[in-house]
Design a protein around this ligand. Structure first.
Ligand SMILES: Nc1ncnc2c1ncn2[C@@H]1O[C@H](COP(=O)(O)OP(=O)(O)OP(=O)(O)O)[C@@H](O)[C@H]1O
Ligand SMILES: [Mg+2]
Length: 331
């Protein structure tokens, strides 16, 4: 037998014993580095592609989220992440956006409240200093003193209400919840308001068909209902009646307070729950309000996962409060 090479192929030829046959074996040429190169490039390109996809699909979206978080942290409250992905990264972006929305609303509301408060505190203070000036050379010192006293009362009432707002604004986890029988709470509040109603010759009619006990903060609930009822009594025409109805409605307690007063212009209905909003300065401040009652009521109701709405009942005005029976664990 012999071996020889042709085109780099090993060829072995071996004759059989009788010489009639030849066994021919060919072997491919031994592998050389050069022959790996195409595979090497293919794999390198595949890795590069994979890296690029990973970076485009995961790393850079994460980077964008990190950027937004960073901007938000440095005080740019409008920083958001644009993403319509359906995966975890999309979820992360959406949670961030939701959180940013909430914080922005809270901070904006807080700022507005502070502005309103300073505004509200300024007017009684300036009236007070004016009253003091007048008092110096007042012929009727009795009247001057009572004017000063009235402004001081107004200021302290304002500060007291602001403290109330602040307490109900604080986080829901600080709520002192306990079982509250709505029927007896309502009866109590109606009784407490009896004096005020009597002075204005107003009858309070109650219809309470409710045995429900809600899990809530009795102080906050009382405040909500009291503010609504006080408004009704204040705006009801002398000699009319105010109706208070309480009933169960599938898993919720519904409280309706209705008066036969002037109501609220339809286009302003959406704003009466805003802090310091009053429909008509002359009409409403004569009644002694500062415009915080309904905003306090709304916060209290929202802390109970409830709902408060108002509508003109032509004639009159109706506010309805709905509280879920178990505010603590909404289904
Ligand atoms: N029953 C009602 N009838 C007519 N208008 C109402 C009634 N309840 C509320 N309003 C209007 O909504 C405004 C806001 O009410 P809200 O209770 O927040 O403030 P207020 O009663 O003026 O002041 P406060 O309650 O702080 O003493 C009132 O000023 C009034 O214009
Ligand atoms: Mg009020």
């Amino acid at each position: 037998g012999f071996a020889k090479q042709k085109d780099g192929q090993e060829i072995m030829v071996r004759p059989s014993l009788d010489g009639r046959y030849h066994l021919v074996v060919t072997a491919p040429p031994p592998l050389r580095f050069g022959s790996f190169l195409p595979y090497f490039f293919a794999v390198a390109i595949a890795i590069a592609l994979l890296g690029w996809t990973l970076s485009a699909g995961i790393v850079s979206p994460l980077h964008r989220i990190a950027n937004a978080v960073d901007r938000f942290g440095r005080g740019d409250l409008s920083a958001r992440v644009a993403s319509d992905r359906k995966d975890e990264i999309g979820n992360l972006a959406r949670s961030f956006n939701a959180m940013a929305d909430r914080i922005q609303t809270l901070l904006t509301a807080e700022r507005r409240l502070l502005q309103d408060v300073s505004h509200e505190l300024r007017s009684p203070l300036s009236r007070l200093s004016l009253a003091f000036e007048l008092m110096k050379d007042a012929s009727d010192s009795e009247a001057a003193v009572s004017r000063v006293r009235r402004e001081i009362n107004r200021l302290s009432q304002l500060v007291a209400t602001l403290l109330e707002v602040n307490r109900s604004e604080s986080d829901p986890s600080s709520m002192r919840t306990q079982p509250v029988p709505v029927a007896s709470l309502t009866e109590e509040i109606v009784e407490d308001s009896g004096g005020e109603a009597e002075v204005r010759n107003i009858r309070i009619e109650t219809q309470i068909h409710c045995s429900t006990v809600v899990e809530g903060d009795p102080e906050l609930l009382r405040r909500a209902l009291e503010n609504v009822l006080r408004n009704a009594i204040r705006f009801a025409p002398a000699g009319s009646c105010v109706q208070v109805r309480v009933h169960d409605s599938n898993g919720r307690v519904k409280i309706l307070v209705r008066d036969y007063g002037p109501g609220v212009p339809e286009n302003l209905l959406g704003r009466i729950f805003d802090p310091f909003f009053r429909v008509d300065e002359s009409r409403d401040s004569a009644a002694g309000g500062v415009g915080l009652g309904l905003s306090i009521a709304r916060r209290a109701v929202l802390l109970h996962q409830g709902e408060i709405t108002a509508r003109n009942a032509a004639p009159g005005f109706q506010v309805s409060i709905t509280i879920p029976v178990s505010a603590r664990d909404p289904l």
